[in-house]
Design a protein around this ligand. Structure first.
Ligand SMILES: Cc1cc2nc3c(=O)[nH]c(=O)nc-3n(C[C@H](O)[C@H](O)[C@H](O)COP(=O)(O)OP(=O)(O)OC[C@H]3O[C@@H](n4cnc5c(N)ncnc54)[C@H](O)[C@@H]3O)c2cc1C
Length: 467
């Protein structure tokens, strides 16, 4: 990179954009340089906070002219380092928060990229619709971020990942031109699906500035239950009977170690069970009425209690109880901070292989670091396990974290042997860039690079991320 050309470009950006749309104040920039787990720390010569798509386009055009690398940022909740700049100009979309349109007839909603997921959920709810994406980070993460990472969350087994929830996007391309794919058309067979290129692209192909999202009828009632189990295999065995009838909308599993880290440490969360269990399953059925919800829960859970597949169960009887049960799952990531250093994986395997995964991975981890504590939790209904390894109780945190690569490579080998994926829902970012390069097929890598080069020939869009 030519330093003179970059400083000229920075000055050009400062001149072209309103004073309110950029800053070099370290105090204002600092929160954008740290991510949620304190794993990555960054630096940037300039933070841009545009308010309109045209301002984003003007900024990217200047970056293109001066070949200045840039990084888009939403809520900064990403977990693979793709949101932490290392010298790129940082473009935060957080001021672009408008809900542009809600069209209940088309079941569509057009929102700007910086709108938080929570604000979108609330707006859909206000229009008597459901936008079926929920993550523990929904208060902070943005629509631009969830589309760019193709986020998963708790409702994938019924509604699919974010890719399935989008009609089209508006995006600023690497040359500063604006692609307008906003539409609520359910049928449009006019060439390649260009909108999809930007979903899961992690900001490497363009900056999403707005999107038209799919809305769904709001379920009349959600029946929630928390279940105590003996094993991960017992949870997987329940998937089939629980999803009969097509009402199952959430199927989240937690091991005792992660569950206890939450209920024993957060003041407002209590263990609703009298007895301890080895594994816990939290599930939702979306139904027509409270009566139907209770009937489904009682019949399915009752049958499994009789056969001994379930050790204990709590059926939520009102919204407060339902919220309390969900809160345990929502604090699973934060709760693991109480276990010390943690080496994290976001992997997926075919659902029927989940028990095999634990049977192979747990002893493999123990072989490498004696006394380490696997905490494998998450979206088992999608085969998605957040397979975190907590440090041995008495270990030194930093010394344990030095094992990150060796433990991860072993986990990834096992995942691949079972036909799984090394990234289920968090993406590649910086963290898994080398793993993708080493483990993807040559043909896949060739196609990924061809798409990147076609859309971003000078490599200015998030150049250190993914490929
Ligand atoms: C407590 C917690 C729980 C989580 N749970 C889940 C979960 O259940 N499922 C899940 O999938 N993820 C989860 N995540 C990860 C994270 O919330 C998601 O990846 C989310 O989609 C990131 O959104 P963001 O707005 O914070 O994006 P950022 O972190 O700001 O950015 C993420 C990536 O997207 C790019 N990007 C951001 N905005 C744009 C844009 N407008 N245009 C182009 N590129 C852009 C960035 O450059 C970066 O590469 C969780 C995170 C936390 C902290």
């Amino acid at each position: 990179m030519n330093a003179d050309k970059i400083s000229q470009g920075i000055e050009a950006l400062k001149t072209a954009l309103p004073a309110s749309a950029w800053t070099q104040d370290p105090d204002l920039i600092d929160p954008h340089l740290r991510e949620w787990r304190d794993k990555y720390f960054g630096k940037t010569p300039l933070l841009l906070t545009p308010r309109t798509t045209e301002e984003v386009a003007a900024a990217v055009k200047i970056c293109a002219t001066h070949k200045i690398p840039l990084m888009p940022q939403g809520g900064n909740t990403g977990l693979v380092g793709g949101n932490t700049p290392q010298g790129e100009v940082l473009i935060s979309l957080k001021k672009m928060t408008a809900i542009r349109e809600i069209n209940p007839t088309a079941n569509a909603m057009t929102v700007e990229a910086g709108a938080t997921l929570q604000s979108v959920l609330d707006a859909a709810d206000g229009a008597d619709r459901k936008f079926p994406l929920t993550l523990s980070s929904q208060g902070s993460c943005t629509i631009g971020g969830v589309l760019s990472t193709n986020a998963g969350g708790n409702h994938v087994l019924k509604y699919g990942t974010t890719k399935e929830l989008v009609f089209g996007v508006e995006a600023v391309l690497a040359d500063g031109s604006i692609f307008n794919g906003l539409t609520s058309l359910r049928k449009d067979n006019t060439g390649y699906d260009l909108n999809r290129l930007f979903l899961g692209a992690e900001g490497t192909l363009g900056i999403i500035t707005a999107a038209t999202l799919k809305l769904f009828p709001k379920p009349k009632y959600v029946q929630r239950a928390l279940i105590g189990l003996e094993s991960a295999a017992a949870a997987v065995a329940l998937l089939e009977p629980f999803r009969a009838g097509g009402r199952l909308a959430m199927f989240e599993v937690m091991p005792a170690i992660g569950y206890r880290a939450v209920v024993d440490n957060f003041e407002n969360i209590r263990d609703p069970f009298d007895n301890a269990h080895t594994w816990y399953l939290l599930c939702d059925w979306e139904v027509e009425s409270e009566t139907e919800g209770l009937a489904i829960a009682e019949v399915t859970i009752g049958a499994a209690l009789e056969t001994g597949e379930i050790k204990d169960a709590l059926i939520a009887m009102n919204e407060t109880q339902a919220a309390e049960l969900l809160s345990i799952r929502e604090h699973m990531s934060a709760g693991q901070k109480f276990l010390g250093g943690s080496i994290k994986h976001d992997i997926t395997v075919p659902i029927d292989k989940i028990p095999d995964f634990f049977a192979l991975a747990d002893p493999a981890m123990e072989d490498i670091v004696a006394g380490c504590r696997p905490v494998g939790f998450g979206h088992f209904g999608d085969g998605n396990i957040h397979y975190n390894i907590a440090q041995p109780e008495s270990a030194n945190r930093e010394a344990f974290l030095e094992n990150w690569d060796i433990l991860s490579q072993r986990v990834f080998d096992i995942v691949e042997s079972l036909g799984g994926s090394i990234s289920a829902e968090h993406g590649i970012g910086i963290m898994k860039r080398d793993d993708l390069a080493q483990r993807a097929s040559p043909v896949k890598l060739k196609l990924l690079r061809a798409v990147k080069t076609a859309l971003d020939p000078d490599g200015i869009m998030n150049p250190r991320v993914m490929i």
